[in-house]
Design a protein around this ligand. Sequence first.
Ligand SMILES: [Zn+2]
Length: 97
Amino acid sequence: MGKRFEPAVAASGRWVDEDGVRAPGGSVHAWRPGTNQTLCGIPLHKAGLERFPHVLWIDARWLADTTAERIVLCHRCSAAAGDRPGRRRWTRDRPRP
Ligand SMILES: [Zn+2]
């Protein structure tokens, strides 16, 4: 694993964004695809957390700031994911039409 490893997320809820893509809601944790627990050590199945392999943790952070949906980022996962004060630039893969 490189230094710039970006985890995906697992969450207690879901909603659908304007593009019809499943998005994480409720309690949102960082999750490494291929594992059965969050970065802060919660077992996904036991906690009823849904996997979102297409949503990166950094994207969930952006969503939490920009959407009206209730998204609560786990700060233990934030620490585990190596988040630092100050924002990283976030860009969309697809430009808006
Ligand atoms: Zn967590």
